[in-house]
Design a protein around this ligand. Structure first.
Ligand code: T4K
Length: 390
């Protein structure tokens, strides 16, 4: 099959199901979430080190190096590496011993994992709306708190931060726990310190599509030493000694190879952020003035992990169609809102700003594999899609 035909088939398939999953064995050039490896040489040397060590998982030396490096970078006293952020959220919600079936307030404008973790921990999600940038609407969240509420799980999306200070005072006032799903937040700084330092704990993703990839993986950060110990036990079946199990746990351990990849990419974080910032500026300059990018506040420093564009009402899917036809695998993060997904539909909540964002947001390719000239080309295709979709 010719290269052109092969590409046409991939695009055809993607348009058919509105999914950016590339056909087997081929990854198109312009993809949201294309993995980044800061230094393949350093990573491979570490793989060799792991193979030579005879210790491949179970809190090994590479995991410990990753945790120490990350804790220093986040400015937090404890960092616990786990198999992925979803399990990290689940473990955290369990380790806090929240009353069974109590309510956890969570935005619906998030990746479904945030909400699944609540349910899998035996708790009830209560959906709240978001602000114009897709961050939890603090006033709405506070209005939902009642005697059944045990926690707020706020989500720091796209490489930006929620109003952390306001959430902390709401949680204190109502004596409930505050947790953050900071899956997109490695390297983000707010006026109240780096993400990683807030609430009872925060959870970061090291998935292959993230700014610090460990292929898979997650990090939980907390300044609470006893919570950290409980999480360490729980990620390893509850073992507190060779033959001693002191709590119900699971297998949420990160392997040494995953840790080697994550450590290598963490060391390259600053360079990935400055690359992303450059690509963000190119999009800002090149995209039609009719659209707006979700942008950092003056008080925060973003990692620019996602370029999220707000499209004019009703045009987003036409633009996406045009991009897919031209080999740009843009993504609707997040669509639909979690409250409209099958397992959660029965909740029947009215979330007007969430619905509006779900219908208008389109994420464009960024990250170190995307060069400035690629962003210029993608922006031109986006603008063409915008004008023909009217
Ligand atoms: N909370 C939030 C707010 C999150 O966004 C996420 C995950 C989580 C929690 C849970 O974190 P983890 O448990 O995963 O650590 C992808 C990622 O799989 C997911 O990690 C991420 N958020 C979400 C936003 O994006 P999908 O279902 O869109 O994945 P998929 O397979 O469609 O791939 C995404 C894009 O990346 C595609 O455009 C293709 C590209 N890609 C992907 C992989 C795996 C590549 O080019 N190469 C690759 O190896 O969820």
């Amino acid at each position: 099959m010719s290269k052109a035909l092969e590409k046409a088939n991939i695009v055809e398939q993607a348009i058919g199901e509105y999914s950016s999953k590339p056909a087997e064995g081929s990854v198109p050039r312009y993809v949201v979430g294309k993995p980044n490896i800061f230094s393949p040489e350093i990573f491979l040397a570490r793989v060799q080190e792991v193979m030579d060590s005879g210790w491949h998982t179970n809190d090994g030396p590479m995991v410990q190096r990753l945790e120490a490096f990350a804790a220093k970078s986040f400015g937090v006293s404890n960092c616990i590496a786990v198999a992925n952020a979803t399990l990290g959220l689940e473990l955290l919600l369990q380790a806090l011993n929240l009353p069974a079936h109590s309510k956890v307030i969570v935005p619906s404008f998030t990746f479904v994992a945030s909400v699944h973790a609540i349910v899998r921990a035996g708790l009830r999600p209560e959906f709240c709306d978001v602000d114009e940038r897709g961050m939890i609407d603090c006033a709405h969240a506070e209005s939902l708190i009642d005697s059944d509420t045990s926690a707020i799980l706020a989500v720091n999306i796209y490489g930006f931060a929620c109003d952390v200070g306001r959430l902390e005072s709401i949680a204190q006032r109502h004596r409930i726990q505050l947790l953050f799903d900071s899956a997109h937040g490695v390297g983000v700084k707010t006026s109240t310190g780096s993400l990683g330092q807030h609430g009872s704990a925060e959870v970061f993703s090291l998935h292959a599509t993230k700014i610090v990839s460990g292929f898979e993986g997650g990090l939980i950060t907390t300044n609470n030493a006893s919570l950290a110990s409980a999480l360490r036990l729980a990620r390893n079946f509850g073992f507190s000694g060779y033959d001693q199990v002191s709590c119900v746990g699971t297998n949420a351990k990160l392997s040494e190879i995953h840790a080697a990849m994550a450590l290598t990419n963490f060391e390259g974080l600053e360079s990935a952020i400055s690359h992303n910032a450059k690509i963000f500026c190119v999009y800002e300059k090149e995209l039609s003035p009719e659209v707006r990018l979700i942008s950092p506040l003056a008080s925060e420093s973003s990692n620019y992990q996602y370029v999220a564009v707000k499209c004019p009402a009703g045009l987003r899917d036409h633009i996406l169609d045009h991009l897919l036809k031209n080999g740009v695998f843009a993504r609707r993060y997040f669509y639909p809102g979690v409250h409209q997904m099958d397992p959660y539909r029965a909740c029947q909540v009215d979330l007007p700003r969430t619905n509006a964002l779900c219908d208008s947001i389109l994420c464009l390719p960024t990250g170190p594999p995307v060069l400035a000239e690629d962003a210029v080309q993608i922006a031109a295709l986006f603008n063409a899609g915008l004008s023909i979709s009217r």
